[in-house]
Design a protein around this ligand. Structure first.
Ligand code: 9MR
Ligand code: 9MR
Length: 628
């Protein structure tokens, strides 16, 4: 490869990658998600009861007309050279994916001058089986000069234009965080902050009924409680503790790990400019709600706060059905314990602002832990009269480990470390039902300040081994991404971003450039280096989703959806919501089973748990590539 100047050219959550120190290999198929702890129980009901009309020919064409020249269904080849449509930091690894049919060399063209600034050889062509596509890579890492460019191979369509610039993900990071503000329950979004997405407040949740499934002596069925604030989970208006767990934690971890970056950032939310970081203000909105989801009489935590059924596609203020807290569960209670223990550390840094809150959170975490120890196996059972999201995790070993780790770090009490029993804990990619890896993330970050009970070399080697497995998958992939067929479950884009986050945990320990490169590749995948040719984040890139399954975005009169949300992504469940025949490809090309249409809640919904690693990874890359 040679740098040229001034020359003009004419032309359920997947545990596939998992290990343990006790040779316990967890292996489960994407087709038996239930066995992996993913929620297929409610999937049956969701799919069977799908009452939303399938898109008409013209409406589904509308989705594809936005992408008129994306991946050809007939050949399966990408229609153009694929890049990260948002761009790259000067020092980042930069790899484009090139379809078959053209020359063996590539050039990079400066769009301002039409000069060729770099030329090189393509890698060998090989198949990426999740997409059923044969592609090569063009590695243009050497290109470090800021500017706007395209990658060109004679005989195939140019890449989209992209920038090389310092701080390329600053705006995306702020927008991904601001997505949580747009999903605040019980809060009016003023035009001053929300622009054209301003809306009235909905769901005050100051009068919520205790559902029969959650009744106790002190709080019988029908008791009115108050649990305001919190974020809407997703495109629906429910508030679910299990999914809030990993989401809230991941944002807290972003702040714990990259404090300087977040302390200086302005997200443009009403609290911006005060003495606490915006990310903490945003997280506090959800933490305050979570605190109210704990029954103060016994420490148990309600699984969710929702209506009995999903509302129609209406604005929050128009969705006024009665809301309930439903069943206390082991998973919700342990998610609560883990998050409150972690939050107590972060909030302690701001004792002058949140006086007494850190202690309150830690004791709430401890009483939740005690409830879970006394009730170690209470799985969520969807009551007959309730049909909102189930988040019905029924294996709790990972939640126990995560909560124990957070309590250990925050209290220094070795009993929690012994209970955690780290040698028995496998690492699998984080997901709402698979939280064990989060224990490793926190322990690794705090490794210098743990008590002597902790086995720091075990903690480091565990994180390293997981990251190295992902590097190997990345290097074996024609697209250069650590994504296997089994990774295409509901929310595959969240899974990809969580893998990037885990690679960055390895990188933070080792400084290994291959781990950073593999994380960058997964991030590139989200922003355009994928066989659908979308940049999956609303408002970013050349072809972002326009029809996300997000009730406000569907119900308002604004053409653009609320920005900063990552769409769920292609998956094996994409069959019955819009109609199987509406999807561009089936099982044999699962990485293309995505539809940018409101009806596609299985591929095009947005959630707080998929956006959290988008925030984490974009902020981490900004920090690592030299934010100042
Ligand atoms: O809108 C709902 C979405 O938030 C959920 O993730 C999804 C799966 O539980 O269900 C969606 O609601 C659909 C319901 O399950 C079936 N009828 C059509 C609804 C969407 O319009
Ligand atoms: O992310 C959840 C996924 O793992 C499940 O398979 C799916 C079907 O039950 O539900 C997803 O979670 C949805 C939740 O139930 C309701 N709010 C929207 C969530 C994202 O689609």
């Amino acid at each position: 490869m040679k740098l040229l100047t001034n020359k003009t050219v004419t032309n359920r959550p997947s545990p596939f990658t998992s290990f343990s120190f006790k040779t316990v290999l967890t292996f489960c198929s994407a087709f038996v998600l239930a066995a992996c702890g993913s929620n297929s129980g409610s999937g049956t009901a969701d799919e069977a009861n799908n009452s939303s009309p399938a898109p008409t020919a013209s409406s589904s064409n509308q989705a594809s007309s936005d992408t008129a020249s994306t991946s050809s269904e007939a050949t399966g080849e990408p229609s153009r050279i694929l890049v990260n449509q948002v761009g790259y930091a000067p020092q980042a690894a930069k790899v484009a994916v090139v379809p078959e049919g053209g020359a063996a060399e590539f050039v990079v063209i400066d769009t301002a001058t039409q000069a060729t600034v770099l030329q090189g050889e393509l890698s060998a062509f090989s198949e990426w089986t999740p997409a059923g596509q044969v592609v090569a890579q063009a590695d243009f890492t050497e290109l470090a000069q800021p500017g706007t460019y395209v990658v060109r191979v004679e005989g195939v369509q140019d890449s989209d234009p992209f920038v090389v610039a310092s701080q390329p993900y600053q705006a995306l990071n702020a927008s991904a965080l601001k997505a949580y503000y747009y999903n605040r329950a019980g809060f009016a979004l003023d035009a001053e902050y929300a622009g054209e997405w301003a809306r009235d407040a909905g769901h005050a949740d100051t009068e919520v009924l205790v559902h029969a499934s959650a009744a106790s002596d002190q709080r019988p069925e029908g008791t009115v409680i108050s649990a305001p604030k919190g974020w809407y989970d997703a495109g629906d208006y429910g508030k679910y503790v299990v999914n809030s767990g990993i989401s809230t934690y991941t944002l807290l971890a972003a702040l714990e790990h990259f404090g300087d970056f977040y302390t200086a950032n302005d997200t443009g939310i009403p609290e911006s400019g005060n003495s606490t970081p915006d990310i903490l203000e945003e997280v506090m909105w959800n933490l305050e709600w979570m605190l109210d989801m704990q029954d103060p009489n016994d420490g148990g935590v309600y699984h969710k706060l929702t209506t009995k059924n999903f509302s129609g596609a209406v604005m929050p203020s128009e969705a006024t059905d009665t809301r309930y807290v439903v069943q206390k569960t082991t998973a919700a209670t342990l998610n609560f314990a883990a998050v409150m223990a972690a939050a107590s550390r972060v909030v302690a840094e701001y004792e002058d602002v949140y006086s007494g809150l850190s202690d309150e959170m830690l004791s709430a975490a401890q009483s939740a832990w005690q409830w879970a120890e006394a009730n170690p196996d209470i799985a969520y059972q969807q009551p007959a009269d309730v049909s909102t999201g189930a988040y019905d995790d029924d294996t709790f070993n990972d939640e126990f480990a995560w909560a124990a780790a957070e309590l250990y770090i925050s209290t220094g009490n070795d009993d929690y470390y012994q209970t955690l029993n780290l040698t028995e804990q496998s690492i699998s990619n984080p997901a709402w039902a698979h939280t064990g890896a989060l224990a490793w993330v926190s322990l690794a970050h705090h490794r210098a300040n743990l008590t002597e009970a902790a086995d720091v070399s075990l903690i480091e080697s565990g994180v390293q081994q997981f990251a190295q497995e992902l590097v190997a998958d990345s290097e074996a992939s024609a697209y250069g991404v650590a994504l296997l067929h089994g990774d295409f479950y509901w929310g595959s884009n969240g899974g990809a971003l969580n893998k990037a986050m885990m690679l960055l945990q390895g990188y933070r320990l080792s400084g290994d450039a291959q781990q950073l490169k593999a994380a960058q590749a997964l991030f590139d995948y989200i922003l355009g280096l994928n066989p659908t040719e979308y940049s999956y984040v609303t408002g970013f890139g050349e072809r972002p989703p326009m029809h996300i399954h997000h009730r406000q975005s569907e119900a308002d009169s604004v053409v653009e959806p609320v920005p900063g949300f990552v769409a769920g992504g292609p998956n094996t469940a994409a069959h019955n919501d819009c109609g199987a025949d509406q999807y561009p490809a089936g099982e044999e090309a699962i990485a293309r089973a995505y539809l940018d249409h409101w009806c596609s809640y299985s591929t095009n919904e947005v959630t707080i748990n998929w956006n959290a690693p988008l925030v984490y990874v974009s902020g981490a890359l900004e920090s690592i590539y030299g934010w100042e």
